[in-house]
Ligand binder design. Structure first.
Ligand SMILES: Cc1cc2nc3c(=O)[nH]c(=O)nc-3n(C[C@H](O)[C@H](O)[C@H](O)COP(=O)(O)OP(=O)(O)OC[C@H]3O[C@@H](n4cnc5c(N)ncnc54)[C@H](O)[C@@H]3O)c2cc1C
Ligand code: FES
Length: 262
């Protein structure tokens, strides 16, 4: 029987900021307990408070950043649930369960390489910030289809950042795994001591895993799965990991890169 993780709770949170960042919506809400407890790579299950019953289920959103009592999420409207959330206005209220999931393991001393693809970049700002606070050398590589998504990289102003787009409209014309290959090459023998953190589409995570394997670097990937409960109760989010079905919400979403079976 699943239980809600000890530090997670259901909160009703006022929205205090909602603005477009290219193709995404940056929404900040007041959630002191989540802001206090959250680790990079964790997520929240979010639903708008209101009379509408549809969409009924909350949607998983990575914790993009934390500023004092505020928790920030970056929403890409792709369907009914995210469209609804992305229309949030200041003064609206979100029902938020979290923080959930295991998050990234940030123990380590070597150079940190952060790789994000599309909206997978969302949870990586908090990660980059925490790694910088630990005094780590951090390089962040973000890849997008086109400029209207890539402008979100402006939210990563404090890190050593490289951006690419598939159509060349912002940054280099490339896919982000090509940037990673170049970066690992630059590190030379130090690449084996690097720690790679990745979040994005499966094809990107697979390419990151292969690149890390070739140079012997430690890598963690945050996998995407459809989620209904977010706390390990419904089995709706299972992914095949190291030969077993595991719940991405409660046993992930972050796994050692070599474990998920793509
Ligand atoms: C741990 C985690 C963190 C996430 N963080 C963010 C975030 O920070 N910002 C953000 O915008 N989105 C994030 N997502 C994805 C987001 O939750 C889904 O896009 C959303 O649930 C889709 O709901 P919908 O009703 O808008 O679309 P639906 O109508 O349910 O689906 C629209 C389309 O998106 C696809 N889709 C739905 N869910 C997923 C998913 N989990 N992965 C890949 N494709 C999906 C569907 O197959 C369909 O093609 C995250 C997902 C997970 C599991
Ligand atoms: S979403 Fe219900 S078990 Fe993971």
């Amino acid at each position: 029987m699943a239980t809600i993780p000890a530090q997670a709770d259901l909160h009703e949170c006022p929205v205090v900021e909602s603005r477009a960042v290219g193709a995404y919506r940056l929404v900040s809400f007041v959630a002191p307990a989540i802001a206090e407890a959250a680790r990079p790579g964790q997520f929240v299950m979010v639903r708008q408070v209101g009379p509408a019953l549809d969409p009924l289920l909350p949607r998983p959103m990575g914790i993009h950043d934390i500023d004092s009592d505020l928790v920030k999420v970056l929403i890409e409207p792709v369907g009914k649930g995210t469209l609804y959330l992305s229309r949030a206005k200041v003064g609206d209220r979100f029902s938020v369960l979290g923080p959930l999931g295991n998050g990234f393991d940030t123990e380590g001393t070597g150079p940190a390489l952060i790789i994000g693809g599309g909206v997978g970049a969302a949870p990586l700002a908090l990660l980059a910030g925490r790694l910088l606070e630990q005094g780590r050398k951090v390089r962040c590589l973000l890849g997008f289809k086109t400029r209207v998504q890539a402008v979100v990289s402006e939210l990563f102003s404090e890190v050593d950042l490289d951006v690419c787009t598939e159509d060349g409209t912002m940054g280099r014309r490339a896919v982000v795994s090509e940037l990673l290959a170049g970066c690992l090459e630059d590190l030379g023998p130090d690449a084996a001591g690097a720690q790679i953190f990745a979040c994005g589409p499966d094809a990107m995570l697979k390419a990151v895993t292969e690149a890390a394997g070739r140079c012997g670097a430690d890598a963690q990937v945050s996998v995407a799965a459809h989620m209904a409960c977010g706390v390990g109760a419904c089995q709706g989010c299972v992914v095949k990991v190291a030969g077993e079905y595991r719940r991405a919400c409660s046993e992930g979403p972050v796994f050692p890169a070599e474990e998920p079976e793509w």
